[in-house]
Design a binder for this molecule. Structure first.
Ligand code: HEC
Ligand code: HEC
Length: 215
């Protein structure tokens, strides 16, 4: 390669890096946790608690949830992929920047421990750890992790300490065929719910609520 040719190749490479970086910056808004806190305390706290730890178990805890997952769910409520009459109204009021802000704030809060629920907790634990081979269901742990903390990069939510009542609500919805859209994650979640019986769902929910040993 002669010198001028090498120069062109270098310039082209630099140009591509610049384009790639600015495209990423345009996609990803940086959340402001202080602005998020203000939004949460004025609008969301009534149901989800001021620090994202709801006390009414029909509303999910959001404290300590991955920011990327909170953003993903708020966008799903906005688009109607995840149907819920309350949350479609709430999410509809939020701009992209508001979403990034509340997600930043909530993800930084500590999940409050849930009371240990002893209802069939051993059955729940065995499903969490080992799945249900006869139903072709992999362990919950294989995606949500040994401590229930999920995986932000893969958009697998944290579930440790979540209210059992909410977990039953979500898994029963999937069991009955109500998907959260048609994307690969929604299909995956639907198949998890459909491979569980109602009794197994209740057992797993009490185990998940009691997964408190971790932050
Ligand atoms: C009037 C009660 C109410 C208010 C106020 C409310 N929510 Fe919700 N939220 C709900 C309910 C109910 C659900 C569960 C929906 C479902 O079952 O699909 C939910 C679910 C969510 C979820 C999904 C959580 C998960 O684990 O999948 C997020 C994220 C969320 N809300 C964020 C917010 C934010 C941010 C605000 C404030 C801007 C807010 N909510 C205000 C009732 C409320
Ligand atoms: C192969 C991976 C995988 C396995 C195995 C799996 N999950 Fe999930 N789970 C997901 C994904 C992905 C989502 C988010 C779905 C979406 O975004 O539409 C999810 C969401 C959830 C939620 C909703 C959390 C929230 O607040 O929004 C609960 C509860 C849950 N899973 C429980 C379980 C339980 C219990 C098991 C075991 C019986 C299990 N999952 C097995 C991938 C998995």
């Amino acid at each position: 390669m002669n010198t001028s040719c090498r120069l062109w190749v270098t310039m082209l490479a630099v140009g591509l890096v610049v384009v790639a970086t600015s495209a990423q910056a345009a996609d990803k808004l940086v959340g402001n946790a202080d602005a998020g806190q203000a939004e949460v305390s004025s609008v969301c706290a009534a149901c989800h608690g001021a620090d994202g730890n709801s006390t009414d178990p029909q509303y999910p805890k959001l404290a300590g949830q991955h920011a990327a997952y909170i953003e993903h769910q708020l966008e799903s409520f906005q688009s109607g992929k995840r149907a819920n009459s309350i949350m479609s109204g709430m999410a509809g009021m939020l701009s992209k920047q508001d979403i990034a802000n509340v997600a930043a704030y909530l993800s930084q809060q500590k999940t409050s421990p849930g009371p240990v629920d002893t209802y069939q907790v051993k059955l729940g634990e065995s499903i969490y750890r080992d799945g249900v081979a006869s139903a072709g269901l992999p362990s919950c742990e294989s995606c949500h992790g040994p401590k229930g903390l999920g995986d932000s990069a893969k958009l697998y939510p944290r579930i440790a300490g979540q209210h059992a009542q909410y977990v039953v609500q979500v898994l029963t919805g999937w069991h009955n065929g109500q998907a959260w859209g048609e994307g690969p994650h929604a299909k995956l979640a639907l198949s998890v719910g459909q491979k569980l019986t109602i009794e197994q769902i209740q057992a797993i929910a009490s185990y998940v609520q009691g997964m408190n040993a971790v932050k």
